[in-house]
Design a protein around this ligand. Sequence first.
Ligand code: SF4
Length: 363
Amino acid sequence: MKDFFDVTLSELEAICSPFPAQHVKTLFRSAYKDYSREPWLTPGLPRELSQKFAAEYICNRAEIYQESVSRYDGTVKFLVRLEDGALIESVLMPEKHRITLCVSSQVGCAQACSFCHTGRMGLKRQLTAGEIIAQVMLARAWVRSHPEWREERGFGPRLTVGNIVFMGMGEPLDNVEALKRSLQVLCEPIGPGFSLRKISVSTAGHLDGIKNLLEAFPKVSLALSLHATNNRERSQLMPINRRWPIAEVVDYLKEFYKDQDDRSVLIQYTVIAGVNDTEAQAQGIVDLLKGLPVKINIIPLNVVGPSQFKGPEPESLERFRQYLYECGMRVMVRYSKGQDIDAACGQLVVQHEKQQATSAIGL
Ligand code: SF4
């Protein structure tokens, strides 16, 4: 069976031809606006068309397997189970007037960043575009069916997930074709209707993927995980730096963003005590990013379980922030959301796998 969520609007038009365009719109709208899992049963569709889709397609191959709601900030972490039993994570983050969803792009990740839970899993497989979109539709349906969660945060009945960040499991640009296909569907006005500017793709510095993505979707927002600025230190933390040294990535971005007045790149810098938190390293950020419009989020490392790394003391984090601020950088400290529900990338899946292994060997 094919996945309806994998199909773009123009492909759907070709599949439905020679039926009139209004039926294509009905199908698309029913799946994305009315959350129907069998959009081909919508009244008014020609029987032949309904039968064709019922025989060949399913709509949404994923389900919410587990959900945890943070008592502190209302963040919701979903473990999503895919058709083959693989588990991925998505995180719903309520903010003041908006709801953002962090989605996964791969099962696991090949990049092996040394501080990351997902990196330790290795890459299990790529997600399809349909599986990326399914995370968004599951989260929107969850928001719709949880009025108490919305009311607690003062959200009206019509507010839903309006922002997406590709910061969950995986390096999205290692799966760039599925990523681009998902963007095409997500931004379809008669479908999910997202604005490209409200979608951020985060990368560890995959230069080929950045070029490919920005060529197809120049308006999408880009986030770059920096974490270190000199090659020796960065390659230790993020092996991707050996393939694409950070200066090459930043040079490309400076060129790309030089004519884009109102745009900036979000820089994420996880501060790790004794590893990347000195004034000299803060100066390295200033030097590297000079000439690139950026906003910097510095995030204290949130350590869960045994780790060779430690988060910074509050005073040293503040010193680091202050240094960047005094150098004229736009900088904010961000804390991981949903700390009581293990919302950092990869934690829940790793925990779940450990539990499964433990029960399999009868412990
Ligand atoms: S930080 Fe991102 S790119 Fe690095 S291993 Fe984790 S998921 Fe992959």
